[in-house]
Design a protein around this ligand. Structure first.
Ligand SMILES: Nc1nc2c(ncn2[C@@H]2O[C@H](COP(=O)(O)OP(=O)(O)OP(=O)(O)O)[C@@H](O)[C@H]2O)c(=O)[nH]1
Length: 299
C-alpha cells in the first residue's frame, strides 16, 4: 500500500475549524479528490458532512461529565486519554485508507490539548509513525478579527508557535473568517499580517503583550509606558518575544474565506505542498524528549 496523507485542523474555540473542514471537503469533492473525515471533538454536534470516524461513537464529553462528575476541560482530557488507550478505534479504519485520500482531522478548540499537555502530540505520533506512517500537516486557524487587536494577534501567534513546537509537523497558519474584516482593515494593513513583518510589534498598544522594542533598541534605553507599567524585566521579555516571532517568521498567515472557492483552493494547495515537501525531506530523529517528559521535568 502507498503513502497516506492527512491534515490536522487546530486552533482556539470558534476559530472556524469545522466550517473550514466542510469547505475543504466540498472543494476536494469538486476536484474529484477523495477525503476521509475524522471528528475528534467529543462535544461536536452538527456536521455538514458526516464523519467517517467520529470520536463520539467511542466516547462523548456529555457522558464523561455526567458519569465522572468532571468539568468540560477535565472531561475533554479524559476523552483523549481514553482514545489513546483505545487507539484501534482510530488506527484500524485508517489502515485501509489509500494515498488517493486526504485525511482531514477536526480537533476540539481547547488549545491546551496541544500546547500544554502531550496528549495530542502523542496521538499525532501514533498516526505519523509505525504502520500507518501518515504524512501529515498541521493547519492552525486564528480568527481574522484578532488582527484588529494586535496584542490578541500576537498571543494567538504564540499559541500557534507552541502547537508547532509540540507537534513537530509541517505547520500552516491560517487567518480564518476573512469576510468579517472585509472593509474594516485596509489592504496595506492586512498585507503586514500575511507577510512576515516584525515591525507590527511597534503598533501593539502600550499595555499590550509586546512593547515597542525596536524604538527601545534604537534609543539604547527603556522608554515608553510599558516600562512604567511593567518594569525593565518585562520590557526585555517583550523584546525577546518579538525577536522569537521574527526569527520563526511566524507572523505569516494564509487568508481564508470559506465562501470563496479560490481562497479554499489556495489553502489546500499550500497544505498539499507542505505535505509533499516534508515527505521529500530526509527522515530525522524525532525529538521524543519534547513530548514524553513530564512537564515538571522540562525546566
Ligand atoms: N462570517 C463567518 N463566520 C464563520 C466562518 N467560519 C466559521 N464561522 C462561524 O463561526 C462559528 C464557529 O465556527 P466553527 O466552524 O464551529 O468553529 P470551530 O473552530 O470548529 O469551533 P469549536 O469546535 O467550538 O472550537 C460558527 O457560528 C460559524 O458559522 C467564516 O469564514 N465566516
Amino acid at each position: 500500500m502507498g503513502s497516506k496523507y492527512g491534515v490536522i485542523v487546530m486552533g482556539p474555540a470558534g476559530a472556524g475549524k469545522t466550517t473550514f473542514c466542510s469547505a475543504l471537503i466540498q472543494h476536494l469533492r469538486t476536484q474529484k479528490r477523495s477525503c476521509f473525515y475524522i471528528n475528534l471533538d467529543p462535544a461536536a454536534e452538527e456536521f455538514v458532512y458526516e464523519p467517517d470516524i467520529d470520536i463520539k461513537e467511542l466516547i462523548t464529553l456529555e457522558d464523561v461529565m455526567e458519569e465522572l462528575h468532571l468539568g468540560p476541560n477535565g472531561g475533554l482530557i479524559y476523552c483523549f486519554e481514553f482514545l489513546l488507550d483505545n487507539m484501534d478505534f482510530l488506527t484500524d479504519p485508517l489502515e485501509a485508507v489509500t494515498d488517493e485520500y486526504l485525511i482531514v482531522i477536526d480537533m476540539p478548540g481547547q488549545i491546551e490539548l496541544y500546547t500544554h499537555v502531550p496528549i495530542v502530540p502523542n496521538l499525532v505520533k501514533a498516526l505519523t509513525r509505525g504502520s500507518l506512517n501518515i504524512s501529515m500537516c498541521a493547519a492552525y486557524l486564528l480568527e481574522s478579527t484578532f488582527i484588529v487587536d494586535h496584542s490578541k494577534f500576537f498571543a494567538g501567534t504564540l499559541s500557534a508557535m507552541s502547537a508547532m513546537l509540540m507537534m513537530e509537523l509541517p505547520h500552516v497558519n491560517i487567518l480564518s473568517k476573512m469576510d468579517q474584516v472585509k472593509g474594516q482593515v485596509a489592504h496595506k494593513e492586512l498585507k503586514r499580517y500575511i507577510e512576515p513583518d516584525v515591525n507590527l510589534l511597534q503598533d501593539v498598544p502600550e499595555s499590550g503583550l509586546v512593547y515597542d522594542y525596536k524604538n527601545d533598541l534604537d534609543n539604547g534605553e527603556s522608554i515608553g509606558r510599558s516600562d512604567v507599567l511593567t518594569g525593565d524585566a518585562f520590557t526585555k521579555l517583550n523584546r525577546a518575544v518579538g525577536q522569537l516571532i521574527d526569527d520563526f517568521s511566524l507572523v505569516s498567515f494564509l487568508k481564508l474565506d470559506v465562501q470563496d472557492e479560490d481562497s479554499v483552493g489556495a489553502v489546500l494547495s499550500y497544505i498539499d505542498d507542505a505535505i509533499q515537501f516534508h515527505e521529500a525531506q530526509e527522515p530525522r530523529e524525532p525529538n521524543d524528549d519534547l513530548v514524553d517528559e513530564p512537564m515538571g521535568d522540562m525546566g
